[in-house]
Design a protein around this ligand. Structure first.
Ligand code: LLP
Length: 434
């Protein structure tokens, strides 16, 4: 089922018209489909059914408490990268015993907190970090479960800002050095070697890089299992989604939103990887973020002005790069559709859709054919469920947008719009300025 689709001329999220959500909650507004979130999670869970496994949602992609709770209820584990993310998981009813803690810069305080909460495993990224975890565990009289992130030196064919699995990246420990690291870690009394982990990058749309890296790391995982009795192999996240349905299908009807035509399916991913993973007899963990929530969310924005210069048509909307930074940061493509569908045969004009922020990087698309739009019309930026709100900022003192969750015919505000007062609530003049 397509969660975002037109019924008549109205864009719906599941059973709710997007325009009705805007009447209630205003714009800019993020809207999430709970059904899509849970379906995507279940798809991966089912695809990995032939092996013991845990799908750990990468909280960094979307950390709204309602999103986390829906996934926790479905049975999800979580991949976290900070104390803040762990606290969110706990507040949403998730279980620290199903969380893995990744990241190159865990602080002492974060390690102690996660250890006290009973984290399933720390994914360590350096030897100084293993030393620190061991020391903190000793102080707390505990044994810390750890895995080490191996950098397989495989290129992920994705945007250079989101590739992580080559030696030019700051992540993990080089493949050639990893066994020495395990040997030294095994001597530390307060560490328990529980697994091995890797992650090669994000928005990867073909199976090849996943297959290549699993093929490379699987024999290592086998040796670590034989030597130290590790119990899991986390193969990371990174599964890509379709942002541009026209590219995915060759169908130029891009304005007819078409959820679900992804390059990479859970089924194909599993079909290629399971034969390599099954013989290991290890628990398989995956850490997908975008695949689960990317197509489950949209950002709805209202047109403020249409400005025609000699050369261009600018559609100026009330959302900006501070609400969704992906186009500015990664030149990312987000499909843009009108909430009220244009009549068939409507004349298309090449437009730049831009926000109110004072930067030329504040755009959502350039020279993209759009049907006629005018002041007050609503547009939806599609596939904004991953790395949308979580990367939002208060730049230009713009309050963070509201978020709504839809389930069938029900809708709820799951984060109220920030107020301007809240934006500067923590600030004050220095005493000598009073
Ligand atoms: N595991 C680790 C260790 C990661 O670093 C990441 C993402 C994931 C899992 C989840 O990756 P996913 O399945 O979502 O691709 N802000 C960028 C993406 C940054 C990804 C960072 N790491 C974007 O908007 O494209």
């Amino acid at each position: 089922m397509h969660a975002f689709r037109y019924v008549g001329d109205q864009l719906f999220c599941e059973g709710v018209p997007v325009a009705a959500l805007v009447r209630k909650f205003g714009t800019p507004l993020y809207v999430y489909s709970q059904r899509t979130l849970v379906e995507r999670w279940r798809e991966l869970d089912a695809a990995l059914a032939p092996v013991e496994h845990l799908v750990c949602f990468a909280v960094k992609a979307n950390s709204n408490l309602a999103v986390l709770r829906a996934l926790a209820q479905a049975g999800s584990g979580f991949d976290i990268v900070s104390r803040g993310e762990l606290e969110r998981v706990l507040a949403a009813g998730g279980d620290a015993g199903r969380c893995i803690f990744t990241g190159v810069g865990k602080s002492e305080e974060e390690i102690a907190f996660a250890l006290r909460q009973g984290i399933y495993c720390f994914n360590a990224e350096s030897e100084p970090e293993l030393e620190r975890i061991d020391r903190i565990a000793a102080r707390l009289g505990r044994v810390a479960p750890v895995s080490v992130r191996v950098n397989p030196d495989v290129s992920a064919d994705t945007h250079h800002k989101i590739t992580t699995g080559t030696y030019a990246d700051k992540f993990g420990i080089a493949f050639e050095e990893i066994e020495g690291v395990y040997a030294r870690a095994a001597k530390r009394r307060h560490l328990r070697l529980r697994g091995v982990q890797m992650h090669i990058g994000s928005q990867i749309t073909t199976v090849r890089p996943f297959e290549e890296s699993v093929r490379k790391v699987a024999p290592l995982a086998q040796r670590l299992k034989d030597r130290y009795g590790i119990e899991f192999f986390s193969i990371g996240g990174g599964l890509g989604i379709v942002y541009n349905p026209a590219l995915a299908s060759g169908d130029p009807a891009w304005w007819q939103t078409s959820e679900g035509r992804r390059f990479l399916t859970a089924h194909r991913y599993a079909a290629h990887l399971l034969p390599l993973l099954k013989p290991l007899g290890l628990r398989v963990l995956i850490e997908p973020g975008r695949y689960i929530c990317g197509n489950a969310g949209i950002l709805v924005t209202r047109v403020e002005y249409v400005k025609r210069t000699g050369r261009k048509t600018f559609v100026i909307v009330d959302a900006a790069m501070n609400d969704l930074i992906r186009p500015a940061f990664y030149d990312a493509y987000h499909e843009i559709v009108p909430v009220t569908r244009a009549r068939p045969g409507a004349h298309m004009t090449a437009c730049d859709v831009v926000g109110p922020v004072c930067e030329s990087g504040d755009f959502f698309c350039k020279d993209r054919p759009l049907p006629p739009v005018g002041e007050g019309d609503l547009l939806a930026l599609m596939s904004a469920g991953a790395y949308g709100t979580v990367m939002a900022s208060n730049y230009n003192s713009r309050p963070l947008p509201a978020e709504a969750l839809v389930f069938g015919r029900r809708a709820a505000l799951v984060r109220r719009r920030q107020t301007v007062r809240e934006v500067f609530a923590g600030e004050q003049p220095a005493p000598w300025l009073r």
